[in-house]
Design a protein around this ligand. Structure first.
Ligand code: 5GP
Ligand code: MG
Ligand code: MG
Length: 191
């Protein structure tokens, strides 16, 4: 729309919730946790497209044990900004996981429905073990019985973007986690 100026740095209007430095330090710790937990084990990190890609790239470089990388796609259609629509899982890219120790990696655990769907879908591949890992956990919104096995930060119930997380497929490239408030939405395209 007319208000949208793509040359304007997002940081000028968006509140930073987690800085680039804080993310880097925490991802380093998560990498160390994975390295300790999966030493000598056949680890496959299964990134959930598209939100996990930035975390995936950083986390695998913070991990010092041999591992494989694979991708699975989750999409929810018909949802709004804050409510997910019907979950569709595309596992066409998933390799043979039998005998592997799988870590499903996503950007955020919100209601938890996406991760529960992922856990069920990955179970079909009969891996040796499955754990879940996310950067962010919106604890107040979680409705499922499971919790993420590994998480970076617990966050309040606010809509966040950056470091892989999108609004209308934009803002994934921001190196920090920012909160999109009503005022910020006016600057976003597609409105
Ligand atoms: P779930 O509610 O199933 O745990 O999360 C559904 C999906 O909604 C997440 O994988 C993520 O793609 C998206 N989502 C949930 N909360 C947020 C948020 O605060 N910001 C962004 N950008 N996406 C979110
Ligand atoms: Mg997602
Ligand atoms: Mg999204």
């Amino acid at each position: 729309n007319a208000d949208y100026d793509s040359s304007k740095p997002a940081a000028q209007f968006m509140k930073v919730l987690i800085t680039e430095h804080e993310i880097r330090d925490r991802v380093t710790e998560l990498g160390q946790t994975l390295s300790e937990t999966y030493a000598g084990r056949p680890l496959t990190i299964l990134g959930v497209l598209t939100g996990s890609i930035v975390l995936l790239a950083d986390l695998i470089r913070a991990t010092s044990v041999p591992l494989r990388v694979a991708l699975i796609q989750a999409a929810s259609y018909g949802g709004t900004r804050t409510t997910a629509g019907e979950l569709t899982i595309n596992s066409a890219l998933v390799p043979d996981l039998r005998g592997r120790d799988v870590v499903i990696l996503d950007d955020i655990f919100d209601t938890g429905n996406t991760m529960v769907g992922m856990l069920e879908a990955v179970q079909e591949f009969e891996p040796q073990s499955i754990r879940s890992a996310v950067l962010l956990w919106k604890t107040d919104r979680t409705v499922v019985d499971v919790e993420p096995d590994i998480y970076g930060f617990k966050i309040p119930d606010e809509f966040v973007v950056g470091y892989g997380l999108d609004y209308n497929d934009e803002y994934r490239h921001l190196p920090y986690i920012g909160v999109m408030e009503e005022e910020d939405l006016k600057h976003a395209s597609g409105n």
